[in-house]
Design a protein around this ligand. Structure first.
Ligand code: MRU
Length: 298
């Protein structure tokens, strides 16, 4: 059985979802019981191990898991890493590797923070999204522990409120001073000089550095560039997709319009692509990568 924390109910309720088959794990990923690029990769790895233990058709299990969400490359990356040895031990090793990569990249990213930094983050790139520790929130956490962080503004992140529900909950537990803001408040707070840097995670980073992340990241990047503020992307190498040349080839998930409104017709692209030129640095467990990313990410 694969047991997942139900992220849909947080922070009001801490509840588990128990999956008895790979199809149930795929369903949990699709419905966002578990979400966040590295976390869905780890969940898929456990799902494939479960399928092997139960004697399921592994090709079919892999297909169901791979199809559950399209944008984060961590999902196919984890499934490929499981193919030779689809065991719980392999899934556990992959899980532990992701958490270790988060710790390493957070330490690198903390070097980008000056004393008294007032940061803004988007969506949730914390322990929940990464199966432990966090990427962008890991960076905030490391900066806080080093005494470099004054406070965090947290975009609420419409329509599913990963910021207002999940990031705020995690920062509260870490004791980091924070304020949740409406996504549309970022521009005026930047103009008022209240934001020193923006830090986000990523779902897929193309070979040229174009980066897919939660819808709204691109808007933030444009705003940050206008105000002369650095935007940093923090993500493990499992999110870097050197086989995808640039952002135009990244599949963008369109989710149920009812997540936006049930009353009127709606569009609900769940991710956008931030062009590499708007990203000051990409931080992985290997260090701080600067432009040109086609060279520094290799
Ligand atoms: O739709 P979600 O909640 O899975 O989207 C998650 C994000 O966009 C995160 O910012 C991204 O996965 C980075 S998490 C380490």
């Amino acid at each position: 059985m694969v047991v997942l924390l139900d992220q849909r109910l947080l922070p009001e309720e801490v509840a588990e979802v128990r999956c008895e088959s790979a199809a149930e794990v795929a369903g949990a990923i699709r419905t966002m019981v578990v979400r966040g690029a590295p976390a869905i990769g780890v969940a898929a790895a456990y799902g494939l191990a479960l399928a092997a233990l139960r004697g399921e058709d592994l090709a079919e299990a892999e297909r169901a898991l791979a199809d559950s969400r399209p944008t984060a490359v961590n999902l196919p990356w984890a499934l490929a890493a499981m193919r030779e040895d689809p065991t719980p031990a392999r899934a556990r090793a992959l899980h532990e590797g992701e958490v270790e990569r988060c710790r390493l990249m957070a330490a690198h990213a903390a070097e980008l923070f000056a004393p008294g930094t007032r940061a803004l983050t988007h969506c949730n790139a914390g322990g929940l999204a990464t199966a432990g520790y966090g990427s962008a929130v890991g960076a905030l956490r490391a900066a806080w522990e080093r005494g470099l962080l004054e406070r965090v503004l947290v975009d609420e992140t419409r329509p599913l409120l990963q910021g207002a529900r999940l990031t705020a909950w995690e920062l509260e537990q870490l004791g980091v001073p924070q304020a949740v803001i409406a996504d549309s408040a970022a521009a005026s707070l930047m103009a008022r000089g209240e934001i020193d840097l923006v830090v986000t995670g990523a779902d897929r980073i193309a070979a040229n550095g174009d980066t897919a992340n939660k819808i709204g990241t691109y808007s933030l990047a444009v705003l940050a560039a206008h105000h002369g503020i650095a935007l940093y992307v923090v993500a493990p190498s499992s999110t870097v997709d050197l086989a995808t040349a640039d952002g135009s080839a990244i599949p963008i998930e369109e989710r149920d319009p009812a997540e936006v409104t049930g009353r009127f017709p709606a569009r609900n692209p769940a991710f956008d692509v931030t062009p590499a030129g708007l990203i000051a640095a990409i931080v992985t467990e290997r260090g701080v990568h600067r432009p040109p990313y086609a060279e520094s990410l290799r």
